[in-house]
Design a protein around this ligand. Structure first.
Ligand SMILES: [Zn+2]
Length: 218
């Protein structure tokens, strides 16, 4: 009944680990279906390379478990995913990672400027292309779930203070994951840029240039 959602979530979770975005068992991924009123979410503490569809848990926004074939523990950060879906009815997937370069800026709570064209794919135009930082909330807490709501008014990506990265998409789990990859790429490039200049801030890409336009093909 939920197999399509489960397959999508597993594929994103595996790709995140294969590409180095997540350490084994860290990070979590979900996909909401408004018609079926359910959220497919990764379990806590299960190796995602051996994870099967039956390990993915189906919950609703009240955290009621609708299906849990292998009797797994839902992600401890389920509340945070629900908080994102409540804040943004236009999205259908959430990716959450603890990727290393992004963590550096999450720890010092520094919004990351638009230094690469990829910044234009994060929906952060309202924030001048900067990736915002959510205020600190303890992992698994309601405070953390609430903390993502304001940054989600500024775009589809954020750093979570002292914790990691959250990205969202209205185009499914793979698209949310791609945005998380872009966040890490931007943070890595920015980190290197300020390292070689001894901390000097680089120029940013003007907000108008962040709107990708393809050439007019004839
Ligand atoms: Zn986390």
């Amino acid at each position: 009944m939920y197999e399509d959602l489960k397959r999508e979530v597993i594929a994103a979770a595996r790709k995140a680990e294969e590409t180095g975005l997540c350490r084994p068992r860290s990070g979590n991924f979900s996909r909401i279906d408004d018609e079926r009123k359910c959220i497919a979410i990764t379990p806590s503490g299960i190796d995602r390379m051996t994870m099967t569809e039956d390990d993915i848990i189906i919950i609703d926004k009240e955290l009621k478990i609708l299906e849990n074939k292998n009797d797994r523990k839902p992600s401890s950060e389920s509340l945070m995913h629900v908080g994102a879906y409540e804040a943004r009815p236009d999205i259908n997937a959430v990716a959450h990672t603890h990727s290393p370069y992004a963590l550096a800026f999450a720890i010092i709570e520094k919004p990351v400027p638009p230094v690469l064209a990829e910044s234009g794919h994060l929906g952060c135009e309202k924030n001048m292309g900067y990736i915002p930082v959510a205020v600190y909330g303890r992992q698994g807490s309601q405070a953390l779930a609430d903390s993502v709501k304001l940054p989600l008014t500024k775009g589809d990506a954020m750093l979570l203070a002292h914790h990691g990265v959250m990205t969202v998409s209205g185009k499914g789990a793979d698209d949310a994951l791609v945005k998380a990859m872009y966040v890490e790429d931007i943070c890595a490039a920015y980190y290197r840029a300020i390292t070689v200049t001894g901390g000097m801030e680089p120029c940013i890409i003007p907000p108008a240039d962040l709107q990708f336009k393809s050439p007019d093909f004839k």
